[in-house]
Design a protein around this ligand. Structure first.
Ligand code: ATP
Ligand code: MG
Length: 389
């Protein structure tokens, strides 16, 4: 009998022909985190993934696996051979693992994924019930039990009861590469997390206005990228100085269009980076109505720029709910550190609430748009933000 961890894959299992690719991506992710543990191995048996490791590492491995997208449940599981040797021992191990919880009733739930197995599910249920009734104080309640004892018959036989919720979503890398516009605020790291959870490999671009914005502000953004990387792995961060562009806008365009015009340049540069470094999508933390540049007019005007799909996963969310996610993924505390943002440089007193495409295009005709983008691109810095093991 061995104790191991099983992973249930939920939505991934619905994915028809892609299922194998999806499952292999998750196995790859599990192998990546496995580097920190000795004698750990991963395999698949029917629809689940199983991790075999030293018993004393199980809690730690579960903690790591919780961050992997695509996993719905994580379950401590006892495995025995199909010859049923150790069956009783395994059933009792599962029942006893529930001992501290004050449970009184249980129900057995066997499932033969491999129908060739000679004992029927109903008979397995009876056997499990008999063992538990004979050896413990638990009673059977078929309608409303305090806990279930599950028994899955596959290549091997697996017994388990409690299961922990995983992150869900789709495995990383199954939906291409996305470039996140990462500011130092609360929203954009959450947006990056949400799209990574849908299977996008996320890298980030940050715009600063050095020396108007400080190196510490830049460090803060790198710290955010690093926290995000706990879920997505190594992140490449493109760091772009927007100052010359902002100066040009400030000199040549109406004051109240500063923010919206800067935003359009951010999108142009994000598009340029996407072309050069092969990103299929752009991700922002924009949220309808939150600030002046995120009115419907503002969004229409920035949306007109890039030749890529722009994901705005926070568009319809309330700030309190965004904050809740920021706290749960661990970015909130860093996000609220008070550092200046490039947008606060030349901040207009009354930003335009209803910009039109025609209006901003007219203002931009006073600028050397292509040259400005080219110049910013030529000074682009690329930082690789790795996770420590
Ligand atoms: P956040 O909390 O993410 O800073 P916000 O509520 O402050 O968002 P804005 O400042 O209007 O909103 O920015 C909207 C979105 O534009 C951000 O979520 C981010 O995706 C992008 N963005 C804004 N400023 C920057 C920046 N300096 N570098 C990169 N992206 C930025
Ligand atoms: Mg911001």
């Amino acid at each position: 009998m061995e104790k191991l961890i099983s992973l249930s894959l939920g939505e991934v299992m619905l994915k028809g022909d892609n299922r194998k690719t999806f499952i292999n991506k998750i196995i790859g992710q599990v192998k990546k985190i496995s580097k920190n543990f000795q004698d750990i191995s991963v395999y698949r048996d029917f629809g689940k993934i199983y991790i075999n490791c030293h018993e004393e590492d199980i809690d730690e491995v579960i903690k790591k696996v919780k961050n992997i997208f695509g996993i719905v449940y994580i379950t401590p599981t006892w495995k025995i051979d199909r010859n049923m040797e150790n069956f009783e021992e395994a059933v009792l191990a599962v029942a006893k693992a529930q001992a501290e919880k004050g449970y009184k009733t249980f129900k057995a739930k066997a499932k033969r994924s491999d129908k060739r197995f000679e004992i029927q599910s109903a008979d397995l249920n009876q056997m499990i019930g008999g063992i538990v009734l004979k050896n413990t104080e638990y009673k059977v309640d078929v309608h409303n039990p305090d806990f279930y004892i599950y028994c899955d018959v596959k290549e091997h036989i697996y017994l388990y009861s409690e299961r922990f919720k995983g992150t869900g979503g789709l495995p990383l890398g199954t939906n291409g590469r996305g470039l996140l516009l990462l500011s130092g605020g609360i929203d954009s790291p959450v947006a990056g997390y949400m799209m990574a959870k849908r299977g996008i490999c996320v890298d980030a671009v940050h715009f600063h206005s050095y020396p108007f914005t400080s190196e510490r502000a830049e460090e803060k953004v790198q710290k955010l990228a690093k926290i995000l990387g706990q879920y997505t792995g190594t992140i490449r961060m493109y760091s772009c100085n927007l100052l010359n562009i902002q100066k040009a806008i400030n000199k040549n365009c109406p004051e109240d269009e500063m923010t919206i015009l800067s935003r359009r340049f951010m999108m142009r540069i994000a598009e340029e980076i996407s072309k050069q470094y092969e990103y299929d999508s752009i991700i922002t933390g924009e949220n309808l109505g939150q600030v002046a540049s995120q009115t419907i007019g503002g969004l229409n005007v920035t949306n007109a720029i890039p030749d890529r799909v722009v994901f705005r996963p926070l568009i319809g969310m309330d700030k309190v709910d965004i904050i809740e996610i920021a706290e749960s993924i661990g970015t909130y505390e860093t996000s609220i550190m008070p550092f200046e943002d490039c947008c606060s440089v030349f901040l207009p007193k009354h930003p335009k609430l209803r910009p039109t495409r025609k209006g901003v295009e007219k203002s931009e005709s006073k600028l050397q748009v292509e040259e400005l983008v080219k110049e910013a691109m030529s000074e682009l810095e690329i930082i690789t933000i790795k996770q420590e093991d």
